[in-house]
Design a protein around this ligand. Sequence first.
Ligand SMILES: Cc1cc2nc3c(=O)[nH]c(=O)nc-3n(C[C@H](O)[C@H](O)[C@H](O)COP(=O)(O)OP(=O)(O)OC[C@H]3O[C@@H](n4cnc5c(N)ncnc54)[C@H](O)[C@@H]3O)c2cc1C
Length: 291
Amino acid sequence: MKPPPFDYFAADCIEAAIQALADAGGDGKIIAGGQSLMPMLNFRLLRPSILIDINRIPDLAYVRDDGDEIRIGPLTRHRILETSDLIAKQFPVLHEAMGYVAHLAIRNRGTIGGSLSHADPAAELPMMSLLLDARLEVQSNAGRRTIEARDFFLGALTTALEDGDMLVEVRLPKLREETGWAFEEVARRSGDFALASVAVIMDSDGDWVSDIRIGMMGVGETPMRATEAENILTGQRYSEAAVAATVDAIRAAVEPNTDLHASADYRRHLVGILAQQALAKAWDRSRRASR
Ligand SMILES: Cc1cc2nc3c(=O)[nH]c(=O)nc-3n(C[C@H](O)[C@H](O)[C@H](O)COP(=O)(O)OP(=O)(O)OC[C@H]3O[C@@H](n4cnc5c(N)ncnc54)[C@H](O)[C@@H]3O)c2cc1C
């Protein structure tokens, strides 16, 4: 199918883009990589009056070391994140996850700003932003503000972005070098959206888990943090019993959908298996790094 008619504006700076959004009065859409927006237009799920192209705005694609944080520009393509040495060093879990995002052709066009703003519940970057406690910088004609990733995802394809908002930067607080990590995902075919996925980052102190974060996706309307499960394991001696209790809490917390790809029961079972594997790998990496 072809998209409905729309006007087109190529912005040359952030201010021009947000002014065009404001002028459209809630009826305009930013186009970044176009990998999610164009299918939505072609299926006539969206009918914006104007597309505001941000691809010609200089200096929107970058990965920068800024002391305690890594700052990422909204137009940074998935492939740049996947191949960034800085990301591989600071956030190996994100580096690993990027290889699971769609296919290479889509990763060459798709952007971090587009993926977070689109907020697909089975997309890797929204889940990574939750896991890594990302701070999302948003700009509109009213000024600039920061939204924590945990407050950003409100529902499937629904975020805290308001009409007139543009996501202008993603800031990721650095992890300790010794932090263990793991990313586990099952999809029907390589490059498909995940049936379920679990990511873990973990710090250990001897036989004890001193800190842990668990992110999940594909098992609810938004990506999720397994907060109760994190609380169960934090400050505990790592053991089979502690892992079993954590996995039970994860299965209890999720509310997966049944769709043509998998039943809710299967997804609930799967997320527990993936969590078991991810916990074991993250623990192992954390212990090796602390030796
Ligand atoms: C066949 C296929 C398979 C895919 N598989 C996966 C997968 O396995 N995992 C995965 O994570 N993704 C997958 N994707 C989606 C892909 O990663 C997209 O690139 C991404 O979701 C959207 O990024 P984009 O830059 O293309 O955004 P666009 O399509 O340009 O925009 C998406 C939405 O975000 C808004 N937007 C874009 N940038 C901004 C901004 N800076 N500020 C405010 N709003 C903005 C747009 O207005 C639009 O509403 C797949 C896509 C396809 C077509």
